[in-house]
Design a protein around this ligand. Structure first.
Ligand SMILES: [Cu+2]
Length: 129
């Protein structure tokens, strides 16, 4: 095999390996589970109480008159917050924010982080399983 043919064979092999990599299980995994959150004064309404654990395609719609966001934190078996907080950006009235979150299996506290909003009722619980 000439040096040039060898180089071409190497390039072809690399292309084939990369092609196989892009069709790996990660690319064919189930799509993110949709979750719609409707925020207003003073409630957070979730489109479902349970989502499959894993990727969640979240749509936060602000149906209120003030800014709102939505944060998620996993609860341990005793109901205590554990692990990092997943944060979805502050969303202005009438706007929609889309984000993909990764939610481990378990119970998640969901709330609006703006001052006093959770206390006023903008909180919910979501189960991932
Ligand atoms: Cu709020």
């Amino acid at each position: 095999m000439t040096r040039r043919a060898l180089a071409a064979a190497v390039v072809l092999a690399v292309v084939l390996v990369l092609g196989a990599a892009t069709s790996s299980p990660a690319a064919t995994a189930r799509p993110a589970a949709p979750l719609f959150v409707d925020a207003r004064e003073w409630s957070l309404s979730l489109s479902r109480a349970t989502v499959p654990a894993g990727r969640v395609a979240l749509q936060l719609h602000n149906a209120g008159e003030d800014d709102h966001d939505v944060w998620f934190r996993r609860l341990d078996r005793r109901g205590r917050p554990t692990g990092p907080t997943r944060k979805v950006d502050v969303t202005t009235p009438g706007a929609m924010t889309e984000d993909t979150l990764y939610l481990r299996q378990g119970r998640w506290r969901v709330w609006c982080s703006l001052d006093g909003h959770a206390r006023a009722g903008m909180r919910a619980t979501l189960r991932a399983r």
